[in-house]
Design a protein around this ligand. Sequence first.
Ligand code: GDP
Ligand code: MG
Length: 302
Amino acid sequence: LGNFVGFANLPDQVHRRSVRRGFQFTAMVVGESGLGKSTLINTLFENKLFDLEQRSRNAAPPPGTERGRTVGIESLSSDIEENGVKLRLTVVDTPGYGDFINNDDSWKPIVDNIEARFDAYLEQENRVNRAKLIDNRIHACIYFIQPTGHSLKPLDIEFMRRLHTKVNLIPVIAKADTLTDDEVTAFKRRILNDIHHHQIQIFQPPVYENEDEETIAENEEILSKVPFAIVGSDTVVSTADGRHVRGRAYPWGTIEVDNEGHCDFVKLRQMLIHTHMEELREHTNDVLYEGYRSEKLIAMGV
Ligand code: GDP
Ligand code: MG
């Protein structure tokens, strides 16, 4: 499976629980249309170079199908098994916004969708028989930022502020292949400044002091890349030295999706389905969902 998965390396306790029950993880992509959200999902689920035998049959469009514009909220699931641990990985695609003159409420269908998932979970919790809860809550929201090189747009700020109390926000720079390395570095700094200035809460994993040095270093390395500079591609291209890789070909060379020297795609994937999957699930349950739930109970006068 290459380095696609890694969830079976979760801490022992989590592992044992997961082995018994299997577990669910759902990510959502959000951002203006045309920034490569659907392409990233395909890149994540790509099976051309990764031999995902356990993948469910409806996990991806048949090879060769043209991907049109995303018109509604759609999801793509894949059942993955690793060392006896079952994971149902789902990525929720959302239509882009920004196509309308008035984008005032474009965040609304997305927030509604996230809340509807909380409601569905809440309803199960309230049932007498709660033996098997289906968890379709969004555990991570990958937020796509246009590679302008300048700063966040007012619409991004609005979106993120609407979302940050409901989901773990993971900002990414879309189409990073359109910027130089220096531009990416400077843009990352500006984005983080904007996020800080507007008091937007992005996903901030806890740091455990008793972790081994290697794990701490690995986590620091991943976090240092936020906002991840992403390049997505669902086609295989040739490199100058004759390798066949997923990437984007330019007259001056090839940008490789899976090459950490070229972009942060691998780091993003690692964070989602390996190093921080459990923290993302925990924070969703213990903080975001819990906040929603108590607000709802107060509103109902309970
Ligand atoms: P969405 O509207 O956000 O879902 O965007 P799509 O995934 O449909 O992609 C829109 C266009 O951008 C397509 O032509 C893609 O091939 C292209 N695209 C997607 N990802 C990248 C990327 O990382 N770099 C570049 N240069 N183009 C990309
Ligand atoms: Mg799309």
